[in-house]
Ligand binder design. Sequence first.
Ligand code: URA
Length: 488
Amino acid sequence: MILARLSQPADFEGWRDEARRLVGQGAPPEAISWLVAGEEDLFSGDAGVEVAEMEAPAALRVPRAFPELAETVICHRDPERFGLLYRLLLRLQAEPSLLTVATDDDVHRAEAMARTVRRDMHKMTAFVRFREVREEGEEPVFVAWFEPEHFILKRVSSFFTGRFATMRWSILTPQGSLHWDGTSLRMGEGATRAQAPDDDAMEAYWRCYYANIFNPARLKTDAMRKEMPVRYWRNLPEAELIAPLIAGAARQAEEMVMRAPTLPPERHLRQQARMVPAPSTDLESFENWEQAAAAARDCKRCDLCRDATQTVFGEGPLDAPVIFVGEQPGDQEDLAGRPFVGPAGRLFDAALEEAGLARERAYVTNAVKHFKFSLRGKRRIHERPNAGEVQACRFWLGIERQFLKPQLVVALGATAVSSLMGRTMSLSSVRGRDVTLEDGAPMLATVHPSYLLRLPDEARRGEERERFVADLRRIGELVPELKRRRAA
Ligand code: URA
């Protein structure tokens, strides 16, 4: 039996050095006994087993994901973790993409261990509760008691040094302790619960706060139990409130329903008074596109009309087979009153040209018709419209679509996707998929040209631009009428 010694249970550096040494010696996994300092050596006195040495690989190579996985797995309590990682390390030399094989026993086990460790770390970051300890004439120290399931103390320490950087604190656990003096971190011996304070002057305030933020109408006990397992309750000051709060929740929720509704703050009422009533949302309000475009000029459906120069309605032939929908007019579009005429518009034009499409045959518009910006000195900096603004402007986009009835609607970016789908959605969830909108119109989604302008890396920008042009070419295949006709 070959002994591999580690200084402590989650000694990743020690494991890595030992693993390198043992691989160099050609030691097979089953011949190694991993021994953590202070733990009993079950094999001392063992005469040893005959082991067939293996051929040592020339140089160790591992995929990028392995060190992170190993550093996490090594924190697990399972005594077999060291051997498992060593076996994975060896296998990765012959099978470099092994970690992508989720069904492989070793990979599956390591991933499961890593998940358990991450969960333990997450619980520790959520459930550590500090209590203030004041010694005469000394700065206060905040002390917490916690019982992690795995050896995560060192790994989770950066969370606490970052989050509570300016406090002096100690976290005591049975395995060891962390002590932060405001500048440096020291790891110390394990402790007992009795060494940690179990109350302080702030605790009553904390309980009061917790009781106040508890919303009986949203009570979901199963989810609570899952998120906050009972084993952590012992150290949570708010735990003693949980049972009475749950018991009284149904009655409290009933009382909430019976109570008169809370009036909105006055500033909301003032805002509302400034808004012109929203036009009715049916197409019948307008006889044609021209009437709708004229009415949109006075749109006050949201606050964006206050600072923008003008409404930028869509433009293009009313029998266009394709509608392109962007996000909102930019600085130049706001001044010109026309969509996609600024830098993003120029990139859009060039990409259409490259894909062989004719912009003049398409209708181009935006999900939001007013420019949203914040002022930085004299510059107007684009700001993303929020969900309420997108929702308010869906009315106009709906009208444009109903008058045009295009064969295809193209969403440029996530705002357009969300507006067309009627709910917040990411672009990646629909890009490249054939999507049918609620009214039956087919939609295709691609990136917004501004996204390409913002990419800092030139190579990446080139790749993404090619993907964009490929998406536009696909539009040409779906709707050949949009293709630029070549001069004979
Ligand atoms: N970005 C858009 O989404 N639309 C424009 O019109 C210009 C820039």
